[in-house]
Design a protein around this ligand. Structure first.
Ligand code: NDP
Length: 298
C-alpha cells in the first residue's frame, strides 16, 4: 500500500527501556536492586549470543545480572539444583533458563522448577494458566512485545480478524491468548494456524492482522495478504548470503512484497526482536517489585 507504516521495534523498545529504567530507579530508592539470573546449559552459539545480549541489556538499565553456565553433558540434576539455589536467593528476582536445554534434560520439569514469581519468561504452568485466565503475571516476552508494538502504532485489535500462524508454546499460543482477551490490545477474533491447517491462504486473505511465527524464511508472500493488513513478522531465520558473516536474517514474511500490500509491517531485524529483549527487562523489574512489595505501575 502507499504509505505503508514501518513499525520501528527499536524505537518502541527504547521507550520500554526508558520506562524500565525509571522503575529501576524507584526500586533503588526503596533499597532494592533488581536482579536477573540467566542459566545456560548448551554449547549452541546462538544460545550463547542470546544470553550475552540479555546480560548486556540488563546492564544498560541498571538490572544486576548473574550468569551461570552448566556443562551441556552434565547430569540434569545439576540444572535442577542450580534453579533451587536461585529460587532461594534474595538478590535474584528473575530466573531465565535459556532454551533449548539438552535432550537428557526434561524441559517441562525445568519450567516447573522455577519459582513462578521469578519466572520472567512466563513459561511456568501457573503463569501460563494465569495468562489464559485473563490474570497474567508475566506475559511471555515475544507476544507481550507484539502487543506493545500494536499499541504503540494504534492498531485496532477490537473486532479485528487476526490470524496467528504458528502454535508454539513460546510465541503462537500465548499470542493468540493475548489477542482474544477482553481489554486493550485484545478483543480480536483470532484464528490460530499451523502445519495441519487447511486453506491457510483463504484465512490470510481476510485477515486484518497477521502474526507470522512459523520459522520458515519468507513463508508468507505479499500476494497472500489483504490490502492494508497489519503484518507482524516474528520470524528470525538465518539464510546463506554473501555477507561478512556468511548469512543474513530474514523473517517469515517476504518483506518487499508484503510491504507493498500491508498497511503496517515490522521489519526483520528491527521489529519484534528488540521488543522481546525489552520485555524481559520489564518482567524482571515487575518481578522485583512484586517480591519487594514496592508498588510499580507495570
Ligand atoms: P516453532 O518451530 O516452535 O513453531 C513453528 C510453528 O509454525 C509450529 O506451530 C508449526 O506448526 C508452524 N508451521 C511450520 N510450518 C508450517 C507451515 N508450512 N504452514 C503452517 N504452519 C507451519 O517456532 P517458534 O514459535 O519458536 O518460532 C517461530 C519463529 O519465530 C522462528 O523463526 C524463531 O526463530 C522466531 N522467534 C523470534 C523471536 C523474536 O524475538 N523475534 C522469539 C522467538 C522465536 P506445527 O505445530 O503443526 O508443527
Amino acid at each position: 500500500a502507499d504509505g505503508t507504516r514501518i513499525i520501528d521495534g527499536e524505537a518502541v523498545a527504547a521507550d520500554v527501556r526508558d520506562d524500565v529504567t525509571a522503575h529501576v530507579e524507584a526500586l533503588e530508592a526503596a533499597g532494592v536492586t533488581p536482579g536477573l539470573a540467566t542459566v545456560l546449559m548448551s554449547d549452541d552459539p546462538a544460545s550463547e549470543t542470546y544470553v550475552s545480549m540479555k546480560q548486556r541489556d540488563c546492564e544498560e538499565v541498571g538490572i544486576e545480572s548473574v550468569h551461570l553456565e552448566i556443562d551441556a553433558d552434565a547430569p540434569a540434576e545439576e540444572l535442577y539444583d542450580t534453579i533451587d539455589d536461585l529460587n532461594e536467593r534474595e538478590d535474584v528476582h528473575g530466573i531465565l533458563v535459556q532454551l533449548p536445554v539438552p535432550d537428557h534434560v526434561d524441559k517441562r520439569r525445568v519450567l516447573r522448577r522455577i519459582a513462578p514469581e521469578k519466572d520472567v519468561d512466563g513459561f511456568h504452568p501457573e503463569n501460563v494458566g494465569r495468562l489464559v485466565a485473563g490474570d497474567a503475571r508475566f506475559k511471555p516476552c515475544t507476544p507481550h512485545g507484539v502487543q506493545k508494538l500494536l499499541a504503540a502504532y494504534d492498531v485496532e485489535t477490537e473486532g479485528a480478524d487476526a490470524v496467528v500462524v504458528g502454535r508454539s508454546d513460546i510465541v503462537g499460543k500465548p499470542m493468540a491468548n493475548l489477542l482474544i482477551q477482553k481489554g486493550p490490545v485484545g478483543n480480536a477474533t483470532t484464528t490460530v494456524c499451523h502445519s495441519r491447517t487447511e486453506d491457510l491462504e483463504g484465512k490470510l486473505a481476510t485477515a486484518d492482522i497477521v502474526i507470522a511465527a512459523v520459522g520458515v524464511p519468507e513463508f508468507i508472500d505479499g500476494s497472500a495478504l489483504k490490502e492494508g493488513a497489519t503484518v507482524i513478522d516474528v520470524g528470525i531465520n538465518r539464510v546463506d548470503a554473501d555477507t561478512e558473516k556468511g548469512y543474513e536474517l530474514v523473517g517469515d514474511v517476504a518483506y518487499e512484497s508484503a510491504k507493498a500490500a500491508a498497511g503496517a509491517i515490522t521489519p526483520v531485524p528491527g521489529g519484534v526482536g528488540p521488543m522481546t529483549r525489552a520485555m524481559l527487562l520489564y518482567n524482571t523489574v515487575k518481578a522485583a517489585g512484586l517480591q519487594s512489595d514496592v508498588s510499580l505501575d507495570l
